[in-house]
Ligand binder design. Structure first.
Ligand SMILES: *[C@@H]1O[C@H](CO)[C@@H](O)[C@H](O)[C@H]1NC(C)=O
Ligand SMILES: *[C@@H]1O[C@H](CO)[C@@H](O)[C@H](O)[C@H]1NC(C)=O
Ligand SMILES: *[C@@H]1O[C@H](CO)[C@@H](O)[C@H](O)[C@H]1NC(C)=O
Ligand SMILES: *[C@@H]1O[C@H](CO)[C@@H](O)[C@H](O)[C@H]1NC(C)=O
Length: 503
């Protein structure tokens, strides 16, 4: 096992090495004239190497019919539906030279959600299986191919631009961007699924996916670990909305232990899954949004990952939160906005986000770091007990705010329990100076935007002690009603936002 582990690690390092070398060479030259202003190249179909496979919901895996630019009869032959939406799916770099297993999954999910749509898979496999930097440089030529195809298709049947949605994964995201830049008119939407980082992190907007490439560009960043030049996914925002699930660096369920287990059960041919797990998660999050409509995930705008993890960013005011994936609200902010969310480690990925705010009173000055807590939430639909949380800092007379998530919908909260664990073996239950007094807990739900105040179940304070019993807080009826009264009072005194007479 240890031996295998070492081999795996070596192979991973190799893959990273491939991915990080970012020296653009001869192929770059061919596409220098990308911004050629003339329109002649647009209608020259002789040099198109990419193929456009029209997939069906019955046989999402198979290339049964190609739509060929310059051959209008192929549009009819493939049963292209001119009245409905079109999804153009663009793959990324490939080791095997074959379509990866996510392609038919995404095709199926798109048809599941939009049964009358057209799903076209771009096949640029021959250029995508080169040494990484070579394939990266080819994105310009492939982008041109896709632009030519889209322009031609649109002109041929007067197809509405607003029905075109390009979806690109990894290098394919940049292909989509370049294609969007070159089409005569902006396509409606581009979705970038973990756009590739190496060769692109510091590249200009014309060479990468950018907000100018479509009316709306949304991006999921799922594998942005390491320094910018080593990150598999691009780290900087490149769309109108950029979502960083779980901070964007690395996804739950993708740790080495898990993937080693998976390789052990499914064989070494799935080696590349280890490297790709987080990268490919971007696609599965999008698929999730297509097929699990009733479990829509939300993401929240935030200035940093750290603030998000403190639960500080669960506001939905002024478009600060948004749906993730297919049904995203197409908000075009002037600057790209980074949004964050947590997910489960498998589909459906949705979790419920809560901000917990609590003030720790004390007579003596206590100061701790990294304290293990367990929080239990009880709601009208269910409960989630013993959610572990390591509290980074715990000091007397300070307020702590942190993010807590549950995978189940427990409904409106009724009760909360807080337990402070003791990590040492020796305990002195009869003499315990490590105690904080807590008067109230404030919990804000990201999904419902409700704020609920909880107070000690008995007495004014609860006493939280290290290694002691869990303390219980219940919904504070007084606080709720007084808040309501305050609001009512305000309304009576100041009315709505209309100007009042000063009488
Ligand atoms: C790049 O293009 C220039 C002409 O535009 C040519 O002279 C040069 O040889 C090309 N370099 C490579 C590596 O193809
Ligand atoms: C496009 O062509 C026009 C005139 O032919 C020129 O003025 C303009 O600068 C060109 N734009 C680009 C982006 O090359
Ligand atoms: C899709 O096309 C069919 C005809 O093929 C049409 O009846 C239907 O309204 C269209 N749906 C959408 C959402 O455009
Ligand atoms: C914490 O604040 C309370 C008053 O809110 C005060 O009585 C107590 O002495 C303070 N504790 C410390 C350690 O300063």
């Amino acid at each position: 096992y240890m031996q295998n582990n070492k081999v795996l690690q070596k192979k991973i390092m190799f893959c990273y090495f491939l991915a990080q070398s970012s020296n653009l060479t001869e192929t770059q030259n061919k596409s220098n004239n990308i911004m050629d202003n003339g329109t002649e190249w647009m209608t020259d179909f002789s040099d198109i190497e990419s193929k456009f496979s029209f997939r069906t919901s019955e046989e999402p895996e198979d290339d049964l019919c190609y739509i060929v630019p310059g051959q209008p009869e192929t549009i009819k032959e493939c049963n292209f539906n001119p009245d409905n939406k079109t999804f153009v799916v663009i793959h990324g770099w490939t080791v095997t030279g074959m379509f990866e297993s996510w392609v038919p999954k995404l095709v199926t999910a798109l048809y599941e959600r939009e049964p009358t749509a057209n799903v076209i898979v771009v096949d640029w496999l021959s250029r995508a299986q080169q040494h990484y930097p070579t394939s990266a440089a080819y994105t310009k030529l492939v982008g041109r191919d896709v632009a030519k195809f889209v322009n031609w298709l649109q002109a041929e049947i007067d197809y509405p631009w607003e029905k075109l949605h390009l979806l690109g994964y990894s290098l394919g995201a940049h292909v989509a961007g370049i294609a969007g830049l070159l089409t005569k008119h902006k396509v409606n939407r581009i979705t970038g699924m973990d756009p590739a980082g190496p060769s692109f992190e510091y590249a200009d907007a014309q060479s990468t996916l950018s907000p100018d490439d479509a009316l709306f560009v949304d991006v999921l960043h799922t594998n942005t670990r390491g320094s910018p030049d080593r990150s598999i996914g691009i780290q900087r925002p490149v769309g109108h909305i950029d979502i960083y699930p779980n901070g964007g660096t690395f996804q739950p369920g993708c740790d080495l232990q898990n993937t080693v287990l998976m390789v052990a059960t499914t064989g070494l041919r799935n080696m590349d899954q280890i490297v790709k797990c987080s990268h490919e998660r971007s696609i599965h999050l999008f698929i999730d949004s297509l097929v699990n409509q009733e479990q829509e995930s939300f993401a929240y705008r935030c200035s940093s990952k750290d603030s998000f993890n403190k639960g500080m960013c669960l506001s939905c005011r002024k478009n600060r939160c948004n749906k993730v994936g297919y049904r995203v609200n197409k908000i075009r902010t002037r600057r790209s906005s980074k949004m964050y969310m947590k997910t489960r480690d498998m589909m459906p990925y949705k979790v419920f986000h809560y901000q917990v705010k609590v003030h720790f009173f004390g007579k003596t000055q206590l100061s701790y770091t990294d304290q293990p807590m367990k929080i239990s939430l009880y709601g009208i639909h269910g409960e989630k007990e013993n959610i572990p949380y390591i509290m980074p800092a715990l000091n007397t007379n300070t307020t702590v705010s942190f993010l807590l998530t549950t995978d189940a919908d427990i409904g409106e909260l009724l009760m909360v329990k807080l337990l402070w664990e003791k990590d040492t073996l020796i305990s002195w239950p009869w003499w315990n100076p490590d105690t904080f007094h807590i008067r109230k807990l404030r919990i804000k739900s990201g999904e419902t935007q409700s704020i609920i105040i909880f107070s000690a179940k008995e007495g004014e304070f609860s006493y939280l002690s290290r290694g002691g019993e869990a303390v219980v807080f219940v919904k504070d009826k007084e606080a709720q009603s007084s808040r309501k009264n305050q609001r009512l009072h305000k309304l009576k005194m100041h009315g709505s936002s209309f100007k009042q007479s000063t009488e």
